[in-house]
Design a protein around this ligand. Structure first.
Ligand code: ZN
Length: 397
């Protein structure tokens, strides 16, 4: 803490000073300062890594380390993701870790290597680290190293001359096959081959489900594909639908634009066209939001209630949580088990699966209020222990 305090004092002093007049001096100072910043990233990665494995953020109602970096350290999603990746891969990248700490490798290269190895097993990870660091030594730019990194499996195969078809290819290409290998933490690696016919079914089923859920959906294509597959396996895709929200006035020729559930505006004319197409449900609102009262003591929200909730909740009801509403679960604000409370729309909110479970397990940490539009806002209070808060970081600007 003393070192961090000293660093803060020095950084404050530096930030307060004007840059020298000489551009050459500025260049030199900037280069030295950038090196110092990168070494701080090394220390930051170590700290983030500790927090990450401990699960400490979950006690604070933050579903992930990335959510912590976003909401309490005010990082943009891409930066948070990059830092978590480095923090998680550090222990598998001993050379990168050592060089970054010593100021001999920039953070840009270190995070590029970390990103490249994230989906490799330990054996390939060690090979990839050596290969990518060789590229750094040869003066390749971080962007170039990143593009090698994206096809690192092929690069390793080329180097080792193992490009000849392996056992898998010897199965032939007639029959589809899938193997899964259990990993230690209960997860599974999946590997396989689909023949052309099965591949068409795969694409036709999963590709539409793997589209980004909205502007806040930061998952990459492999992550969205996995989510799409899981959704199909659990039968959840049957609930998939497209909803266009527009005023009655818009449908009858008005100019007010409609919108999708993720908030994307749709010009009035296009909204009218979409509202008439098959496979799309228009949700027409009168003045304000139309509440639907659909029965009492009904355990699950109806499709109509769900659609209305999606208009009210572009994201999870928990303040600061960015999970898109269309990926959220319907949450009964006062709990399902509190007697005869009706499943009325004004008792329901959308809440991501993680926060939904957190709310039920940690009711005392949830403060629930309603804003002026009638939307519920869940705020998470600090965990009820005597331990000091993990940070004094300012809230995101
Ligand atoms: Zn949430």
């Amino acid at each position: 803490m003393e070192l961090v305090d000293a660093l803060l004092a020095i950084a404050g002093e530096l930030a307060d000073r004007d840059a020298p007049d000489s551009p050459a001096a500025c260049m030199q100072l900037a280069e030295s300062l950038a090196k110092a910043v990168d070494q701080q990233e090394s220390a930051l990665a170590d700290l983030i890594g500790r927090v990450d494995v401990s699960g400490e953020t979950r006690r604070w109602g933050l579903p992930s380390t990335q959510a912590w970096l976003r909401s309490r350290l005010g990082m943009r999603e891409s930066r948070a993701r990059e830092r978590v990746t480095l923090a998680r891969q550090r222990h598998r990248l001993p050379q990168v870790t050592k060089l970054l700490a010593a100021g001999e490798l920039t953070y840009g290269y270190a995070s590029t290597v970390a990103e490249s190895v994230a989906r490799l097993d330990d054996v390939d990870c060690a090979k990839a680290e050596t290969l990518l660091l060789e590229m750094v030594d040869q003066g390749f730019s971080a962007g170039k190293v990143a593009s090698f990194g994206r096809r690192i499996r092929d690069v390793i195969a080329e180097r080792e001359g193992t490009e000849t078809p392996d056992d898998d290819a010897q199965r032939g290409y007639e029959q589809s096959w899938i193997t899964t290998t259990r990993s230690l933490d209960g997860g599974r690696y999946v590997k396989g081959w689909l023949n052309a016919e099965d591949a068409a079914i795969w694409d036709g089923t999963l590709a539409p489900l793997a589209k980004p859920a909205g502007p806040d959906d930061q998952r990459d294509l492999p992550e969205r594909t996995a989510a799409a597959l899981t959704s199909v396996l659990s039968g959840g895709q049957k609930a998939t639908k497209v909803t266009v929200i527009c005023d009655l006035d818009t449908l009858t020729g008005g100019d007010t634009p409609g919108r999708l559930t993720d908030g994307t505006p749709i010009p009035a004319e296009q909204a009218r066209r979409i509202a008439l197409s098959a496979g799309v449900s228009p949700l027409i609102l009168g003045r304000g939001h139309v509440p639907l009262y659909l029965g009492h003591r009904q355990r699950f929200a109806t499709a109509g209630q769900r659609q209305t909730l999606e208009t009210l909740y572009p994201t999870c009801a928990v303040q600061g949580c960015e999970v898109p509403g269309i990926l959220c679960e319907v949450d009964h604000v006062n709990g399902w088990t509190l007697g005869r409370s009706p499943t009325d729309i004004d008792q329901l909110a959308l809440c991501c699966g993680w926060h939904n479970r957190f709310k039920h397990a940690n009711a005392e940490q949830m403060r629930i209020t309603r804003d002026s539009t009638g939307r519920y806002v869940y705020r998470i209070l600090p965990p009820p222990t005597r331990t000091a808060p993990p940070t004094d970081y300012p809230q995101a600007a």
